[in-house]
Design a protein around this ligand. Structure first.
Ligand code: G
Ligand code: G
Ligand code: MN
Ligand code: NA
Length: 256
């Protein structure tokens, strides 16, 4: 388990981990609304290692708390930096794993981080995948989310539509946004089943007072379909890949 030891070293030493930021835009006015922070590990020998590979490793071997705390601190430090430079009110969204939600002291970690960096909690959004809700401990998801939201953090359900979702949970859970999984976006606008699903999700979200972020938008026809369906926010390669913090800042500067 060389990779595991290397990850331990990376957490201790610093310099190898980074957050990349993928921009999110409002469809109404094309404005920059926020960004999803995505963890990257520059391994000294193996090069770039995907979070899909090392996050499961971290979860299995007790490193997820440290890794999750690093992400929270890094995102808040970046937000503080951007706010000092007058970047407009963007929301940075971080991915929260089931383990963080259920085992760690997420609420206090966030509160301490927000206070330390002087950033309003509303600027740091939390993405939870649908599968988190299916966790055996899911019985107390709702009160946990409610407490995080009461502190001011917006909450989104990630990869919406891919879990074995009972739609019933949408009624019970305190949420702000749905992130429509890119599987439903990929074949828009031609695929009639996907078009029907996306249209229905938009209608349902509107009725529930939730905003929808479409993921994986890669083309203008996809964007046009989503706009016509009433989708509020978009994220995907058509708009921008996950990029270093400076690149997101440059985007804002160009638009300014
Ligand atoms: O960016 P990429 O496609 O490589 O991400 C792969 C997966 O890793 C995605 O599902 C993404 O949500 C997840 N991921 C990326 N960054 C983080 C993180 O900071 N924390 C957690 N828990 N998951 C992350
Ligand atoms: O599970 P989650 O939604 O957090 O995963 C985010 C991942 O999706 C990122 O690692 C990113 O690289 C990937 N991604 C983002 N935009 C696109 C896109 O337009 N197309 C594809 N194929 N992948 C994307
Ligand atoms: Mn995500
Ligand atoms: Na997703």
């Amino acid at each position: 388990l060389r990779l595991l030891n290397d990850l331990r070293d990376a957490l201790a030493a610093g310099g190898q981990l980074a957050l990349h930021y993928q921009p999110q835009f409002r469809l109404t006015d094309d404005g920059l609304a926020g960004a999803e922070a995505l963890l990257r590990w520059h391994h000294p020998v193996d090069g770039l290692v995907s979070p899909g590979d090392f996050i499961p490793l971290a979860e299995r071997h007790g490193l997820m708390a440290a890794l999750g705390n690093w992400v929270i601190d890094q995102a808040l430090a970046q937000l503080a930096h951007w706010r000092r430079r007058g970047m407009p009110d963007i929301t940075v969204w971080i991915n929260i794993s089931a383990m963080q939600l259920f085992q760690g002291d997420l609420e206090n970690t966030l509160a301490a981080g927000v206070a330390r960096h002087g950033v309003p909690p509303s600027a740091l959004g939390l993405e939870l995948t649908e599968s988190v809700l299916l966790d055996e401990r899911a019985g107390d998801v709702a009160p946990r989310l409610a407490r995080l939201r009461r502190k001011g953090h917006p909450v989104a359900i990630d990869d919406f539509g891919t879990g074995y979702s009972s739609l019933g949970y949408l009624k019970e859970l305190p949420l702000d946004k749905l992130k429509l999984d890119r599987a439903f976006v990929r074949s828009l606008p031609e695929d009639r089943a996907d078009a029907a699903i996306v249209t229905a999700v938009m209608a349902m979200a509107r009725g529930l007072g939730l905003e929808v972020v479409a993921e994986g938008v890669e083309s203008a026809p996809q964007r046009d379909f989503l706009a016509a369906a009433g989708c509020e926010l978009v994220q995907g390669f058509f708009y921008g890949r996950p990029e270093v913090a400076e690149a997101l800042e440059a985007r804002w500067r160009r638009a300014d």
